[in-house]
Design a binder for this molecule. Structure first.
Ligand code: NAD
Length: 430
């Protein structure tokens, strides 16, 4: 029988992080619904490989500081490991294990030919100079280089890392391969060295493709609908732009400076311009100021939380008035709030699908690098639509057939694909 009792032993503290235990809870629930083979479930509940490395870095004051870095390769049944690299002072092995597990289930539910991994360095990147950040990236890359590669494990940016970081990463790896350019070793690179067109807006566009399909299955339509969007950064502002272009009325948006409301709909191109000048939405003319809490409770057809995790919890779940919630951010709704919203008949498009546009276009970047043939933006957008909607439809089918909520259905669809692949590969004969 699979191990389902929660905590692992003290000797396995890296398997006891809250993120990972929460993922396992969702996993166990979904595995039960699809009657997953217990031998396969047991395997999928553990990472395949966890690498911890010391990363010595020459600082600007000539001292050497040693940082701790990680790369966790969770599962590669479906293809090379894929997942970002995080530079943050709170990174530890337990967190990276949790994130690597989530990438495995996300890549599987999206139907990508990729496994799941994640990496990180415990460092506050805001305290590093550009030179120090480059030195750190190059040494971290060297330390993990024999475990990664275009056909083995393909990192990407995450919190605290960006296209420039990926460029240094790709350069260091390429030098170690005899100096031959290896663009396929990382995604999220600048376009000039093998990045993909369309990556910048991919997550926001994916959110809107999913929103449109969620509306369709709920007998609603985007044109003329009322939307509220929390967060006006990369995901939120592009989601707002694409919804506006499709005739939706964006009645409220917010960011760290506060929220703005206009019942007739905000002019989004003007808001985007205003944010460029003023570094936030606060004070936008032709709007009423609202708080972030009020934004979540606005009367609307769809609410798009695109900022932070745990925004909707048991305190406000009863007051949400939206008919649909499309999770642009990672984990914006707590598990307990999900149950309340589900009972109230509010439809949730879960984060693993709704914000999957980013990793889908990362996958396209890798395909383009491996074939040395690059697509125009319209082709990228069109292919993104095909993949994200196919994933949504598959999960929606699980939801209706099994009578479960969309979040459990997403995990069930993910495990089901992994289970079939593992059985076919003959790793786990019944
Ligand atoms: P970002 O930094 O570009 O934007 C974040 C936005 O949230 C900013 O507008 C910020 O002002 C706002 N914000 C911060 N604190 C807030 C608060 N208390 N209330 C309201 N708004 C607040 O980040 P992003 O790339 O847009 O990512 C947003 C979320 O989407 C994160 O959860 C991220 O993990 C997730 N995500 C992003 C991508 C991607 O490709 N960018 C992909 C998948 C998931």
């Amino acid at each position: 029988m699979p191990h389902t009792s929660g905590l692992h032993s003290d000797k396995e503290a890296h398997l006891n992080g809250p993120l990972f235990l929460n993922a396992l809870k969702n996993f166990d629930e979904a595995a039960k619904v699809i009657n997953c083979d217990p031998n396969i479930a047991e395997r999928l509940r553990r990472p395949r490989r966890c690498l911890t490395v010391s990363v010595p870095v020459r600082m600007d004051d000539h001292t050497v500081k040693v940082f701790t870095g990680y790369r966790v390769q969770y599962n590669s049944t479906l293809g090379p490991y894929k997942g970002g690299i995080r530079y943050h002072h709170a990174v530890d092995l337990a967190e990276v294990v949790g994130l690597a597990a989530l990438m495995t289930f996300k890549n599987s539910v999206l139907g990508l030919p990729l496994g799941g991994g994640k990496g990180g360095v415990c460092v506050d990147p805001t305290q590093l100079s550009r030179t120090e950040k480059q030195n750190l990236t190059r040494r971290y890359t060297s330390e993990i280089s024999s475990f990664i590669g275009p056909t083995k494990d393909i990192p990407a940016p995450d919190v605290g890392t960006d296209p420039q970081t990926m460029a240094w990463f790709m350069d260091t790896y390429s030098q170690e391969q005899g100096g031959f350019a290896q663009p396929g070793v990382v995604t999220g690179k600048p376009v000039e060295i093998g990045g993909s067109l369309g990556r910048n807006h991919a997550t926001g566009l994916g959110v809107i493709y999913v929103c449109e399909r969620a509306m369709e299955v709920n007998q609603m339509k985007m044109s003329g609908s009322r939307l509220a969007i929390q967060g006006f950064g990369n995901v939120g502002s592009f989601a707002a732009k694409f919804a506006f272009e499709r005739g939706a009325r964006i009645v409220a948006v917010s960011d760290v400076t506060g929220g703005i409301f206009n019942g007739d709909g905000l002019n989004i191109p003007d808001v985007i311009e205003y944010v460029k000048q003023n570094k936030g939405v606060k004070g936008f003319p032709k709007s009423t100021p609202i708080t972030n809490e009020q934004l979540l409770e606005v009367e609307c057809d769809a609410l798009l939380p695109c900022a932070l995790e745990n925004q909707i919890d048991t305190h406000n779940a009863e007051r949400i008035k939206a008919k649909l919630i499309i999770e642009g951010a990672n984990g914006p709704i707590t598990n307990a709030a999900t149950k309340i919203l589900d009972k109230r008949g509010i439809f949730i498009a879960p984060d693993v699908i709704a914000n999957g546009g980013g990793v889908i276009v990362s996958y396209f970047e890798w395909v383009q690098d491996m074939t040395s043939f690059f697509w125009d933006e319209a082709e990228v957008d069109g292919k993104l639509k095909g993949i994200i909607l196919k994933a949504f439809d598959n999960v929606y089918k699980f939801k209706t057939e099994k009578g479960i909520d969309m979040r459990t259905a997403a995990m069930a669809a993910s495990i089901s694909r992994l289970e079939k692949a593992m059985l076919l590969r003959g790793l786990y004969p019944r």
